[in-house]
Design a protein around this ligand. Sequence first.
Ligand SMILES: [Zn+2]
Length: 637
Amino acid sequence: MTISARSQHNSSGGPAAPSADAAVALRPLAVSASRLTGGFWGPRVAANRAAIPVLYQRLVDAGNVGNLRVAAGELPGTAEGGTFRDSDVYKWLEAVAWEYARDHDEALLDRLRELTRTIAAAQREDGYLNSAIQVRGEERYARLWMSHELYCAGHLFQAAVAAARATGETALLDVATRFADHLAATFGPGRRPELDGHPVVEMGLVELYRQTGVRRYLELAQYFVDARGHGRATKPGFDPSHYADPAHYADRVPVREARTLEGHAVRAVYFAAGATDVAIETGDAELLAAARRLYDAMWRQKQHVNGAVGSRWDGEAFGDAYELPADRAYAETCAAIGTLQWAWRLLLATGDAAYADQVELLLYNAVLPGVSLSGTDYFYVNTLHRRTGARGDVQRSPAHGRRPWFNCACCPPNVARTVAGLAAYLATGDEDGLQIHQYAPAALSAGDLEVEVETQYPWHGRVEVTVRRAPDREVELALRVPDWAGGSTVDDDPVPAGGYARLRRVFRPGDRVVLQMPMPARLLVADDRVDATRACVAVARGPLIYAIEQPDQPAGVTLEDIRIDPTAPLVPEHRPDLLDGVTVLHATGVVVADEAARPYRTYGGPAPAARPAPVTLIPYYAWANRGPHAMRVWIPT
Ligand SMILES: [Zn+2]
């Protein structure tokens, strides 16, 4: 069964492009209308570009590409690894697509076409596609709680939509629609009742609907969203681990009734992002309200200071409210990316600057730490505290430092597609104006309004927006003033933090608007209910969360012995030579050292002796680029 997809070269947006009828407050820019031109993200994007062939080789070495080639009949052999492995290839293809949209490198297009041919050849006649299941001759959908068959489909759909938007070519989209038609004929009312244990197909189906206009893809996503929460994604029978716990799969409580996120963090946030997509496309205000309520609950109770989510290693899971251990933070890189995708969708739906603040927090402090400055090594687990002498046990332990690859390699290609598509998150707009959410040197256009952004953000808080082209009528230029940016001005007029400064006027080419955001370093404390960080402070400056790392401290000082003086000034110094150029913060503190001290002493008894010492902080994202060293975000006072 095939359908002829109405394959428009959708020019309206990158990774999430609501349809013309969607209930959204903001519209993403066309892929070509949002271009990063350097600055902070320039080297990060370049490193990500350089990593794309490196990641391909790792996908070959790990057998992911081979699985598809065996399924396609191009190679003899067996299938390697878990049934989720096709998804890593699809995420890599999505990275290739966004990278091609950015840079039009024909070599990438050739690679995309070549792999698309293999994937098309691997697809079964009826549209089904999972290389490992096919090669091993396993029964389809027999272990759906753990087989990731629809999870792989979701990532295929996202890659196919990206490829169509970036290149205008639809070969991968044809594979995706055949698979989606197969799913629509297999799952739903009166058909198979089980659900995939790992969400993402919801987001993928909605994007496929947006790209093709085929409404049954949206209807299937809508069905998957409301069918969840009744134990149908959960491993049946008894299992002493989390595998029989519906909460693990975001499957314990229907989303409309849920009051908090629980269970596996990536599953939970991917599902919530998909539910938000469905709400946007169906105009379902109740569903959108549920998604907002869940985000709000997460933000208030279950997010680490850097925006990351996930508190438990067991089940890669959210913890209870305020269960946010710095040293055992799970904070999977994929969970940060899923949260970013969710926040972006809520921003589009509502226009609420708080979600753009979240996008910023997540990008700098939860997604970016997942990758090395070289662009080629990754954290799966992002701890907020590595102890001196920490020993890495399992492969994903952050004590090892970043690694090239993982047995379960979901995070590396997820980073690659996110950084490749980064420009999509800068701004939104339409004929009536432009909203700039993230500050970076960029060329942006919405309707007939075209601007150039110049800034040294996040090191400096000055942003210059120069109009290059403008319509002969009033339009609005909106600039986000982050929630941390009290005392900001636009063209010297004070503007409140935590919203948008809106300028409505007839702009002329050459007009310049200057946003000035003061960036004093600030100390953050956690609510006392966050027991793990009590009596500590975290340090932030502008959008960045800071950390202390061993190599920046005086010789002979062990990181654990540092106490920071919260009353002393925090002095910024830009260091172009350090960690690809960072602004460090100089603080004052003391060093307490008593090698013989036991972990407990009598309350009110003599405190250990202390001597003054300078303390130097670096941006958290830059840690672990000089080998694995002790590091902490939460610093005792
Ligand atoms: Zn991951």
